[in-house]
Ligand binder design. Sequence first.
Ligand SMILES: C[S@@+](CC[C@H](N)C(=O)[O-])C[C@H]1O[C@@H](n2cnc3c(N)ncnc32)[C@H](O)[C@@H]1O
Length: 306
Amino acid sequence: MSEKQLIRGVERVPTAAAPSEPSEPSGGPQPSGGPQAVDLTEIPETALWTLYQRAVEARRPDALLRDPQAVELVERIDYPFAERFGTSAVQAQVQALRVGCFDHEVADFLVREPRGTVVCLGDGLETQFWRVDNGRAQWLSVDLPEAIALRERLLPPGPRQRYLAADVTDLAWTEEVDRSHGVLLVAEGLLMYLQPAQVRALIAGCAERFPGGSLILDSVPHWFSRLTVEGKMRTRGYQAPAMPWGMDAGERAKLRTASPAVAAVRDVRPSGGRGLVGALLPLALTLPPLSTRRPSVTVLEFAEQP
Ligand SMILES: C[S@@+](CC[C@H](N)C(=O)[O-])C[C@H]1O[C@@H](n2cnc3c(N)ncnc32)[C@H](O)[C@@H]1O
């Protein structure tokens, strides 16, 4: 391995240049070449699903999400997105509302900690950096080797971005995080693919290693997790992989029991929305049983002293 170093299960991808002061524009990834082949399968392939949903929404004139990089990536990647995943404006809008929750929390963090570190666990082909970067923060993307290799090729890291090929359940990646200006961990579309015991260990490990930091995560409810485990979440062209970790929205307080270092748990609710989705959202968020058994986005705040 010439340019990369393997550190206890963590493959470090060098950045384009050393971080520079005081601020740099985020710019955008440099497009290279023609159609790009991809060979992601199983869980890493789900990164193409979320990318596609963002692009479908972002293409609309009345989009809830501005994400030109996602649109451009979907055009560049040689992959039968529509045939494989189907195209649903409702699904894309729901995903955009979820992404909006994450973007909002990251943007808030960057106001509090302009030079902080945003650690994106299971980052896939997320383009959040280009949506919310402030020109000063540090960004660390962690994902499995095949996903990081693709991200490196399609979204080459800029001066304030680093990519690590690692399994997030091996906490060696935590040693790579710059803690000097505050840390926000982002687990968007990730934890449902882990085993429940792995989720608890990851939360506990992060809470203990990042005092004063926080973790934003999303979860699918138990009924949805069960359908995926039984192989029943499929369309004509695609079967979603098993999502063994489910959590009902009403159970989120239990996340505190992962570690005494988890000081607070907070629900992040989407707002806005178009048409039927927009009309039903306030009901889905307040009326049981849907309100307690819906997909949810949660922030965990870690104690200053573990
Ligand atoms: C649904 S995608 C989400 C990608 C991105 N966060 C987004 O929202 O577009 C799930 C991502 O988690 C990654 N992933 C799953 N298990 C992982 C693990 N144990 N360690 C690191 N990454 C993992 C997959 O490779 C994939 O990129």
